[in-house]
Ligand binder design. Structure first.
Ligand SMILES: Cc1cc2nc3c(=O)[nH]c(=O)nc-3n(C[C@H](O)[C@H](O)[C@H](O)COP(=O)(O)O)c2cc1C
Length: 201
């Protein structure tokens, strides 16, 4: 079946993307408004995009009423945020933070999430997250329909000690990291079903 983007609704385009570009990693983003209000929310239009400097990208849809979500507003205003990766233990609290809450609600308090101060940015990182990345805004691209693409440079990586199984060369135990991924709708994936392919020389 063929779908031309010029003939389909934004809702169908969203469905096509979110039901086929799978699995998507989840960035649980902590940010602070310019008035100092703490915010946390999950985003699966997310990935790593480059390593020199280390760069990640986030995609934000507008709210149903066309307004911007609190996270992109905060990032564009303060130029700082933290991407916290999500494992199964964090998943219920992560999902609580996806509720449409008023900007003045502290989602971290709402979901009973403990944070620790960051080294270089004002938003704190999430203690229970296996990996947190302190980021500064590198670039942004507003989309015609009200969405926003944000590119962040990672200033610091915080990785839970047991996940790092070697230094020089760095070794990460992905089974301990155990990130979950977003599938479509309420479906999530684990990384427990793996197979190997050796890269040709
Ligand atoms: C797993 C998951 C992934 C999500 N991914 C996105 C996303 O990539 N982009 C987006 O705009 N909203 C996404 N959402 C919805 C936001 O988390 C939700 O709109 C949230 O209330 C935004 O909060 P904020 O206004 O505090 O930024 C996702 C929700 C969940 C549960």
């Amino acid at each position: 079946m063929h779908f031309s983007s010029k003939d389909i609704s934004p809702a169908t385009a969203y469905k096509l993307l979110t039901s086929t570009v799978l699995p998507r990693p989840i960035a649980f983003v902590t940010s602070i408004s310019k008035e100092g209000q703490l915010n946390a929310a999950p985003f699966s239009f997310f990935n790593a995009m480059g390593s020199q400097p280390p760069v990640i990208v986030l995609g934000f849809e507008p709210n149903a009423d066309g307004s911007q979500k609190d996270t992109p507003i905060n990032i564009l205003e303060t130029k700082e945020f933290v991407v916290n990766l999500v494992n199964e233990e964090l998943s219920v609290q992560m999902n609580m933070c996806a509720a449409s809450l008023a900007a003045e609600v502290d989602e971290l308090k709402h979901a009973d999430i403990e944070t620790v101060p960051s080294l270089s940015v004002t938003p704190p990182r999430i203690l229970a997250s296996p990996v947190s990345m302190e980021c500064k805004l590198l670039n942004n691209m507003p989309l015609e329909g009200g969405g926003q693409i944000i590119v962040g440079e990672v200033l610091h990586f915080h990785v839970r000690d047991d996940v790092v199984t070697g230094l020089e060369p760095l070794r990460i135990d992905i089974s301990s990291l155990a990130p979950i991924s977003r599938l479509n709708g309420p479906l999530y994936g684990r990384i427990t079903d793996q197979f190997t392919i050796k890269r040709p020389k």
